[in-house]
Design a protein. Structure first.
Length: 457
């Protein structure tokens, strides 16, 4: 009987493995292609110095302050004593993302400074063992995401790690941080030590770091937090195919997971491309899935002096532009060391959410525009029962009451405003279609017309 039971269990496990292996890329990517909009969260010990080291504002991104400022390992680790996010409210964060119309969250489980936001047995450099807060930050976030129906992904810096010995370090000139009077000596040292500036960083090999830190931590992330939707790798500095293979093999722990293109180029392309801080031109698109990640101000991590917030109009136009080209928008917030999302981000997300409450139909589960760019705005489309629904997001409302859609000659089945549902009249024109619109735009940022036409485009 026991033998039969073991054989049965073996059969079940084997079938589960075979089922996992047969999940196609399109099946894994389906939710992501429907989502179009997600939240990036850059959070860690770097929120304590918040862009300033020894009284000097450090140039470039806040989360790179250890590298840009060439802060010694032991000194940087002291910042963990001030990382105490007692105001952290993961449910509020997730609800904020949901209210903004976002469908998924990707958080920096470990950034380049090596600090883990979760309890790990691979390194004491983590929120539980190194900070007064002493609690895993990812478990309550995972629970909140599950509660509100938001998919959760983890960013993990697989190669760069400036604290755990053996991790890689991208070499940056000292002058990029601040006018350090000792810059000549430091730059000479980093040139000789593959970007490292502190002997403590090179007391182990990168192979040892991969085996003893990166692989165990990624395994923990993929086994201890329920369903993981995305593994977001970053900066494959000094990565080899051997290292990448060890990390890539762990993805079998989450058969439905998707990954980006930053594990190791070019042999590990992942499931989608990741243009950073830019929206590709049409000429740059190659038919592959892509996601633009972008900050709401000028930095990823929290930088106290950075109040250069993008306007709601810019963010909404970005979202529409990206969707019109078939991409996703991963929009970043950088919480403080106390666990608060800056007010500028909160205000912007509320404004985007108000627009999405009316117009999200023009974003979710849409495909790229069949017309390319349009002079007055952007277009997304859906296909339904052999017909096509076009969503015309109008940034520049026509002053003459006539909106021209060049190149559209299909029979119109219906035309209406998403805001209020007002039916609109259309007429064929020599160069396409003309739509009669009200004198005033329903939305000053982007008004959406839902246009259903016969056939496919």
């Amino acid at each position: 009987m026991k033998k039969l039971l073991l054989l049965a269990l073996f059969g079940i496990c084997t079938q589960s493995l075979l089922t996992a292996q047969t999940i196609s890329r399109d099946d894994r990517m389906q939710w992501w292609r429907e989502a179009r909009f997600g939240m990036f969260i850059h959070w860690g010990v770097y929120a304590v110095p918040a862009g300033v080291y020894q009284g000097h504002p450090i140039g470039h991104a806040a989360e790179w302050i250890m590298n840009r400022g060439k802060i010694p390992v032991a000194e940087y680790q002291q910042f963990a004593g001030e990382f105490n996010p007692v105001k952290y409210d993961p449910e509020a964060w997730v609800k904020m993302a949901k209210d903004a119309g976002m469908k998924y969250i990707v958080i920096t489980a470990k950034h380049h400074d090596g600090f883990a936001l979760f309890k790990t047995s691979a390194s004491k450099w983590n929120v539980v063992d190194a900070t007064p807060y002493g609690k895993d930050l990812l478990k309550p976030l995972a629970a909140a995401c599950k509660k509100y129906g938001i998919r959760l992904g983890f960013y993990y810096s697989q190669a760069q790690d400036w604290n755990n010995p053996g991790g890689a370090a991208a070499r940056k000139a000292t002058s990029e941080g601040w006018a350090n009077p000792d810059s000549a000596r430091i730059d000479a040292y980093t040139a000789e030590h593959k970007g490292h500036w502190d002997p403590a960083q090179t007391t182990a090999s990168m192979g040892e770091y991969i085996d003893k830190v990166a692989v165990p931590e990624v395994k923990e992330l993929l086994t201890n937090y329920g369903d993981v939707a995305v593994l977001w790798w970053d900066t494959p500095t000094d990565m080899t195919d051997e290292y990448a293979a060890k990390l890539n093999a762990l993805l079998a722990l989450q058969p439905k997971i998707i990954t980006n293109d930053r594990l190791k180029r070019p042999d590990y392309p992942g499931d989608y491309k990741t243009p950073e801080q830019k929206i590709p031109n049409l000429s740059e698109l190659d038919g592959k899935d892509w996601e633009t990640c972008m900050t709401m101000n000028g930095t990823w991590g929290y930088k106290a002096a950075d109040h250069n917030w993008k306007t709601p109009a810019t963010l909404i136009h970005n979202l529409v532009d990206i969707a019109s080209k078939g991409g996703n928008y991963l929009l970043n917030v950088g919480p403080t060391a106390e666990g608060e999302i800056p007010q500028g981000s909160i205000d912007d997300l509320k404004a985007v959410g108000a627009w999405m409450k009316v117009n999200s139909e023009a974003i979710y589960d849409t495909k790229a525009s069949p017309f390319g760019l349009l002079p007055w705005g952007r277009c997304t489309k859906k296909e339904k029962e052999g017909n096509t629904i076009l969503y015309l997001s109008v940034f520049d409302w026509p002053s003459n009451g006539k909106l021209s859609v060049p190149g559209l000659n299909s029979k119109v089945l219906s035309a209406k405003l998403l805001a209020g549902g007002t039916t609109l009249k259309t007429a064929a024109a020599t160069d396409g279609l003309t739509i009669d619109v009200p004198a005033s735009a329903p939305d000053k940022i982007a008004s959406v017309i839902r246009l259903e036409v016969s056939g496919t485009l």
